[in-house]
Design a protein around this ligand. Structure first.
Ligand code: MLT
Ligand code: MN
Ligand code: ZN
Length: 299
């Protein structure tokens, strides 16, 4: 299994167009500190058959900047795109509109996510005149067979009933936001991708304990960061993102795990987005890392 990290930023990216916080200003001065919206491209044994984990507003640039994802000479187009979604948030789904030049887009997601994207964002209505959009159920882990996508077994671990703001009045459902569980049936390697983690669960802990590589919510460093930086009146957890630090933070849960853990979906206010941040060394001491755009992970 090969994971290409297409981006590592939370909604808005880094820099965010309307923001001049220290992180955004720093990224404008040092382009190497820029981060695109978080997403992955994943393949099994065949490097030409891949899928996207989330389709971000940056998707076209993300595909263009990765050799192996853009069309080769002799292969005029990339006709089929496969996309697996962790949730229906705009930063993970707006890229579907940008993929309309494909002849076919296959999307795997949970039932509430599909409802939001069809009944609220009207993606089927809007995309159907351009391409063939086909929805597939993303199986819940432990309830039936995983989906076989690009030679990998893919299923969803429900994480929270957090709905996107545009669908806040839709009914609660445990699988509005999920972790993707990826397993290579050839090598047995396992990876877990969870860019929005609202609450810890025993099921998540057990899954991480048997996983080789974890890409997990690093939106905020601490609980008070959204309020302190003025981006929200709510705490990190109230915004649906457990912070890294603190008594309820994910670092305490993840330290010492055998899996290689990388934080992703970093908000532009998060000091961890700066490669020189001292907070990174403290995390490294716990065996935890920060994902970077363009990382390639082979497992
Ligand atoms: C989130 O991760 O909580 C959402 O993407 C927030 C947003 O709407 O930008
Ligand atoms: Mn987000
Ligand atoms: Zn900013």
């Amino acid at each position: 299994m090969l994971l290409r990290i297409l981006g590592t930023a939370a909604g808005g990216g880094l820099p965010q167009w309307n923001c001049a916080c220290p992180g955004c200003a720093g990224a404008r001065q040092a382009p190497s500190r820029r981060r695109l919206h978080d997403g992955l491209a994943v393949h099994g044994t065949d490097p030409h058959t891949w899928f996207l984990a989330n389709a971000t507003p940056d998707v076209a640039e993300q595909l263009e900047s990765h050799p192996g994802l853009r069309p080769d000479t002799g292969q005029e187009r990339t006709p089929v795109v496969r996309v697996v979604l962790t949730d229906a948030e705009l930063d993970h789904t707006l890229g579907l509109l940008r993929l309309r030049e494909a002849s076919r887009i296959d999307v795997w997601c949970t039932s509430p996510v599909r409802l939001a994207l069809t009944a609220r964002l009207h993606l089927t209505d809007i995309l159907s005149p351009y391409t063939t959009l086909t929805w597939h159920d993303l199986p819940i882990a432990g309830a039936g067979r995983p989906a076989g996508i690009a030679g990998l077994d893919v299923s969803a671990l429900p994480l929270s009933p957090k709905r996107p703001r545009y669908a806040a009045d839709e009914p609660a459902h445990p699988a509005w936001s999920v972790a993707l569980l990826l397993r290579d049936p050839v090598t047995g390697a396992r990876a877990l991708y969870a860019p929005a983690l609202a609450a810890w669960s025993d099921a998540l802990g057990s899954e991480i304990a048997r996983t080789d590589r974890v890409l997990i919510d690093g939106t905020f460093l601490d609980e008070d960061e959204p309020r302190r930086t003025g981006i929200s009146r709510r705490t990190a957890s109230a915004m649906g993102h457990l912070p890294v630090d603190g008594p309820e933070g994910t670092a305490l849960r993840l330290q010492g795990t055998a899996a290689q853990v990388y934080y992703t979906h970093l908000n532009n206010t998060n000091p961890l987005a700066d490669p020189g941040a001292p907070e990174r060394e403290r995390l490294a001491g716990l065996g935890l890392r920060v994902a970077e755009d363009r990382m390639v992970m082979s497992l």
